[in-house]
Design a protein around this ligand. Structure first.
Ligand code: PLP
Length: 391
C-alpha cells in the first residue's frame, strides 16, 4: 500500500516511502506474516550461532549479486554498513585514504559523516584521510556529463593528496539525499580503473538505489556497467525494519578473520525473515519492471510539466527514483529554496508526501513504495502542477 492515514483518518499518497524504506509498500501482508510467524518462533538469540532464517536470507541475497560478491554481513542501518565497508577497505589495502563524491550522503555516524559531503548534514567532527572529489553531476557539475574530466579530478586527488595509494572509493550510484543526481554516464568505469591501479577497492552504496528501484537494473551500479568490490545496502532491504547489509568477495572478507567481528542485532531472526520476504515479494510482484514502467510515465509527465512552469529547472531520474529541481532562473540555475518549501507544504495539504533534498533544499525527491501506480503518478503531477500555479 502506498497510502498513509493521519489521526483524523485523512489519506496521503506516500511518494517518499518513509524515507525510501518501504520498498514493497506499507503493511504488505506477506511481509507482516513473515515477521509475525518468526516472532512467535524466535525473536532473538545470539547471532554467534546461525539460525536457518539468517542463513536462507544471506544465501538469497548473495544469489542476487553478480561476480564474486558472495559473503554477506548483516547490520542494522546504512551508516553501520558503510562503517564496516570502510573498515574492510582499510584493513584489506593497508591504506587509510578514502575518496567520496561531493554532494554524497553516506550516513550520520562519525566516520560516515566524514565521507558525507553536504554541509547541511555536517557536524564538526574530526575527519581524516577523506578526499571529496568533484561530483559528476550532468546538470550542475562544472564539466556537464563529461565523465573523463571528473575522473581526471580523482586521479589528481590521488597524485597530489595521497602517497599514491588509497584504501577505497565510495559512491551512491544515484545520489539520494543530494537530490536524485545521476552520475555522468561511464564515470564509475573510469574511476574504478583508477582506484584499482592505486591499490584501492570500490564500494557501491546501494542504500537507496538497490532492489530494482531504478527499473532498468536490480542494482544501481549495473547502470554504469561496473561490479564493485563491496556493496552496502539498507532502507528498502527490510521494508522499514532496521536492517542493513554488506556484501563482498571471500578475499576481502578474509581480512575480518584477524579479530572478532560481531554485531548483536545485525541479522536478527525477525529482520531476516522480513528481508527474505521482501526479496520474494519484489520478484513475485515483478516490481523492477513495474518501476521501469511507472517511472518512465512519471518522467514523461514531469518533462511535459517543465514546459508549463519555468521554475522547474531540471527533471531527472530512473525508475521510481526521481528528482525535480526548482530554480528561480534557468540560465543561472539559482536554487528556488523558499519556493520549494512553499510547494512542499502545499503538496502535503493536497494529500501528497514527497521528500526534499539537495545542498540547497530545492529538489523534490520522488521515491515512493514500488507499488506506486500510474494513477498515483498522475495524481502527484496534477497536485504539483496546481501547487506551482499558486506560487
Ligand atoms: N547511504 C545512503 C545513500 C543513504 O541515503 C543513507 C540514509 O539516508 C545512509 C547511507 C545512512 O543510512 P542510515 O540512516 O540507515 O544509517
Amino acid at each position: 500500500m502506498q497510502y498513509l492515514y493521519d489521526d483524523s483518518g485523512r489519506r496521503y499518497l506516500d511518494a517518499f516511502a518513509g524515507i525510501v524504506t518501504v520498498s514493497c509498500g506499507h503493511c504488505h501482508p506477506e511481509i507482516l506474516n513473515a515477521i509475525t510467524e518468526q516472532s512467535k518462533l524466535l525473536q532473538h538469540a545470539t547471532t554467534i550461532y546461525l539460525h536457518h532464517t539468517i542463513g536462507d536470507f544471506a544465501e538469497s541475497l548473495a544469489a542476487k549479486m553478480p561476480g564474486n560478491l558472495k559473503v554477506v554481513y548483516f547490520v542494522n542501518s546504512g551508516s553501520e554498513a558503510n562503517e564496516l565497508a570502510m573498515m574492510m577497505a582499510r584493513l584489506y589495502t593497508g591504506s587509510l585514504g578514502m575518496i567520496s563524491l561531493r554532494n554524497a550522503y553516506h550516513g550520520g555516524s562519525s566516520s560516515t559523516l566524514g565521507l558525507t559531503a553536504l554541509n547541511t548534514w555536517k557536524y564538526p567532527i574530526p575527519e581524516g584521510h577523506v578526499h571529496h572529489v568533484m561530483n559528476p553531476d550532468p546538470y550542475r557539475g562544472a564539466f556537464g556529463a563529461d565523465a573523463a574530466s571528473y575522473a581526471n579530478d580523482v586521479q589528481d586527488h590521488i597524485d597530489y593528496g595521497t602517497s599514491g595509494k588509497v584504501a577505497g572509493f565510495i559512491a551512491e550510484t544515484m545520489q539520494g539525499v543530494g537530490g536524485a543526481v545521476e552520475l555522468a554516464p561511464g564515470y564509475l568505469k573510469l574511476v574504478y580503473d583508477i582506484i584499482h591501479k592505486a591499490g584501492g577497492v570500490c564500494i557501491a552504496d546501494e542504500v537507496q538505489t538497490g532492489f530494482g528501484r531504478t527499473g532498468s537494473h536490480y542494482w544501481g551500479f549495473e547502470t554504469q556497467g561496473v561490479i564493485p568490490d563491496i556493496v552496502t545496502m539498507a532502507k528498502g532491504i527490510g521494508n522499514g525494519l532496521p536492517l542493513g547489509a554488506v556484501v563482498t568477495t571471500p578475499e576481502i572478507a578474509s581480512v575480518l578473520a584477524q579479530k572478532i567481528q560481531f554485531n548483536t542485532f545485525g541479522g536478527n531472526p525477525v529482520c531476516s525473515a522480513g528481508g527474505l520476504a521482501v526479496l520474494r515479494v519484489l520478484d513475485k510482484e515483478k516490481r523492477q519492471a513495474h518501476c521501469a514502467d511507472v517511472g518512465s510515465h512519471l518522467l514523461e509527465r514531469l518533462r511535459f510539466l517543465m514546459e508549463r512552469h519555468d521554475i522547474i529547472g531540471n527533471v531527472r531520474g530512473r525508475g521510481l527514483m526521481v528528482g525535480i529541481e526548482l530554480v528561480t532562473d534557468r540560465d543561472n540555475k539559482t536554487p528556488a529554496k523558499a519556493e520549494t518549501a512553499v510547494v512542499f507544504e502545499k503538496l502535503r495539504e493536497l494529500g501528497v508526501l514527497v521528500g526534499k533534498g539537495g545542498l540547497h533544499g530545492n529538489v523534490f525527491r520522488i521515491k515512493p513504495p514500488m507499488c506506486f501506480s500510474k494513477d498515483d503518478a498522475d495524481f502527484l503531477v496534477d497536485a504539483l502542477d496546481y501547487s506551482l500555479s499558486k506560487l
